[in-house]
Ligand binder design. Structure first.
Ligand code: GTP
Ligand code: NA
Ligand code: MG
Length: 295
């Protein structure tokens, strides 16, 4: 793309951490912290990714969260060579401290060269020891800013909804300090499948993350070995949307099958081309599987 066509896109964030340290609870709480949420009384759809708008220095800033069991999604996407995540939020429960999967998660993020923001969670508990967490993670090379390092640590409680704005702000600041988040919104869309499933009424439903370009209703799409024309798109509130710009997650209806998480998608000129490419991909996958079986 042309340098002039590049526009700032929101950071894409994955939440990782040890089992039961509060990843799911935190994602739920952050979704509610959305300053432009119109969810009062509404039902939040289960979607594999969602976007939150926050205010930093009086500017509205959007952040995309990938809301799948962080680990598996991250691993599946990395195995496919796809980098979906710009920033990892490492959740550490302040009562438990650093645990084996905490270390695993931070190693994943480091290997992917993704900056980490540490959310020290459960600070509502009387036995919470956020200072200890800082000391433990310093030993793994995550040195808090307040100790002269370059990692932001934010004390939060997902349960009591404490300091969620502080966490959102740390994510925005980390993005601004260390990432060049620009993408061309004018080209044909490409991106990743975050998750997909077969819905009884609606057929295959894929949650996709647009990485470049703008995805529109009516576009012809190839997603992994699946293809189709985008019949409708929904946002995280279940509202119909006509288009999705870079870093925007959307639920796509109209594919002929449910592609796997981490598969990429591209928009092509027409349905015929979409089908041809999809069939080639499927044949290639089938051949690869047969080759594997022969070994
Ligand atoms: P897995 O997906 O199983 O790895 O767990 P998780 O990291 O998603 O943790 P989850 O959000 O399921 O929370 C685990 C438990 O901790 C639940 O009982 C939560 O209610 C509780 N919990 C989460 N956040 C907080 C918090 O800030 N304070 C307290 N006191 N409890 C919390
Ligand atoms: Na849990
Ligand atoms: Mg969970």
């Amino acid at each position: 793309g042309d340098e002039d066509d590049l526009a700032i896109r929101p950071p894409v964030v994955t939440v990782m951490g040890h089992v039961d340290h509060g990843k799911t609870k935190l994602l739920d709480a952050l979704r509610k912290a959305n300053v432009v949420a119109d969810e009062a009384g509404g039902i939040t759809q289960h979607i594999g990714a969602y976007q939150v708008t926050t205010e930093v220095d009086e500017n509205e800033r959007r952040i995309t969260f990938i809301d799948t069991p962080g680990h598996e999604a991250f691993t599946a996407m990395r195995a496919r060579g796809a980098q979906a995540t710009d920033i990892a939020v490492l959740v550490v429960a302040a009562n438990d401290g650093v645990m084996p999967q905490t270390v695993e998660a931070l190693n994943h993020a480091k290997a992917a060269n993704v900056p980490i923001v540490v959310a020290v969670n459960k600070i509502d508990l009387p036995e919470a020891d956020p200072t200890k967490v800082r000391g433990q993670l310093t030993e793994y090379g995550l040195v808090p800013e307040e100790y002269g390092g370059d990692t932001m640590f934010v004390d939060v409680s997902a349960k009591s909804e404490l300091n969620l704005e502080g966490l959102l702000e740390a994510i925005v600041l980390t993005a601004d300090a260390s990432l060049d988040l620009r993408a061309n919104p004018t080209q044909d869309a490409q991106g990743l499948v975050v998750e997909a499933h077969l819905d009884r009424g609606r057929g295959p439903v894929a949650t996709v993350l647009v990485q470049r370009g703008t995805l529109r209703v009516g576009d012809s799409l190839v997603a992994g070995p699946a293809y189709g024309r985008v019949r409708a798109m929904l946002d995280e509130h279940g509202e119909n949307i006509e288009e999705a710009d870079p870093s925007r997650p959307a639920m796509v209806l109209g594919l002929n099958a449910a592609p796997g998480a981490g598969q990429n998608f591209i928009v092509v000129d027409d349905d015929r081309m979409a089908r041809q490419i999809a069939e080639k991909r499927e044949a290639r996958e089938r051949a690869a599987m047969q080759a594997k079986r022969r070994v």
